[in-house]
Ligand binder design. Structure first.
Ligand SMILES: [Zn+2]
Length: 282
């Protein structure tokens, strides 16, 4: 079972907030990204047992009327621990919450704080009810991070394709097919972005082809729907991610395209009708 730990950072005592320029927590926006250099230190030997487990960083800041505000600051997996003198340095992979989450008013917080002896030391909190809430915050933030990453990949793809399209404008129609094929073979960025955006799945409807590669990814290929010089389409609408079988069927089978736009491809492949929403379509 997954184990969860907390590490406390007392901003007043330490004199700084982790990864923040400002001292005003309410206005802080941390960079939402996965990092592999999150770090803390503790004197507790038990941190060695926590390697590979999850840890929440809780940051305490003196609030109004001398009461401390406690924030869920970051969430990460502890990757390694190194002893330095009388303390242990722990390094992890994870993220800061874009906006640190104030915990004080949440249900069960006071009880949680007492049970953790005001968070003074690094400790295991897996069994505490409040832990579930921290996990939930982490899961939600992870989901947002994944969506952000996906959006970034699509942006990169569109930019790469736009550049390619503008290069293509200077190519004569006769040379178009060979140039595009050559470019695509050389331009692994576009090929890999296309596969990423397609989530390494064949785009042919209802295809469940799975060819697992050593890296764990599903094997797919990037194919041309039809020679570019026939339709004069932008390359964006003419690229498709297919499994090896559908790729060969596209190349050697009876392919009849009925409609090809930048966003949609409809036709018959060996008598079977198909419609595919193309990548990059908005
Ligand atoms: Zn397929």
């Amino acid at each position: 079972m997954k184990q969860y730990y907390i590490q406390y950072h007392n901003a007043d005592k330490m004199g700084y907030l982790p990864d923040a320029d400002s001292q005003d927590v309410k206005s802080i926006r941390l960079k939402p990204e996965i990092r592999d250099n999150l770090f803390f230190f503790t004197k507790r030997h038990m941190v060695n047992k926590a390697v590979g487990e999850n840890c929440f960083m809780i940051v305490g800041v003196r609030g109004k009327s001398r009461r401390s505000d406690f924030y869920l600051w970051s969430s990460f997996r502890i990757d390694s621990v190194k002893r330095v003198g009388n303390r242990y340095n722990a390094f992890g992979t994870g993220f800061n919450f874009e906006q640190p989450i104030l915990l004080n008013e949440l249900p069960g917080f006071s009880e949680f704080k007492s049970a953790c002896a005001n968070f003074v030391t690094f400790q295991n909190i897996s069994k505490h009810q409040f832990c579930k809430l921290l996990v939930e915050f982490t899961d939600n933030a992870s989901l947002e991070l994944a969506q952000l990453k996906e959006a970034k990949t699509e942006d990169l793809l569109l930019t790469a394709l736009e550049e390619l399209n503008s290069r293509m404008q200077h190519v004569t129609p006769e040379k178009m097919v060979s140039v595009i094929e050559l470019t695509l073979r050389k331009d692994q960025t576009i090929v890999s972005l296309l596969k990423q955006v397609a989530n390494y799945q064949c785009q042919f409807p209802d295809c469940c082809s799975e060819v697992r590669t050593k890296s764990g990814q599903n094997y797919v290929e990037v194919a041309h729907v039809k020679p570019v010089n026939e339709g004069g389409q932008s390359i964006l609408g003419n690229l498709i991610v297919l499994c090896p079988n559908h790729h060969k069927e596209f190349d050697y089978g009876d392919l009849q395209i009925r409609e090809q736009t930048l966003s949609r491809l409809n036709g018959f492949l060996n008598g079977r009708e198909f419609t595919i929403d193309l990548i990059g379509a908005t």
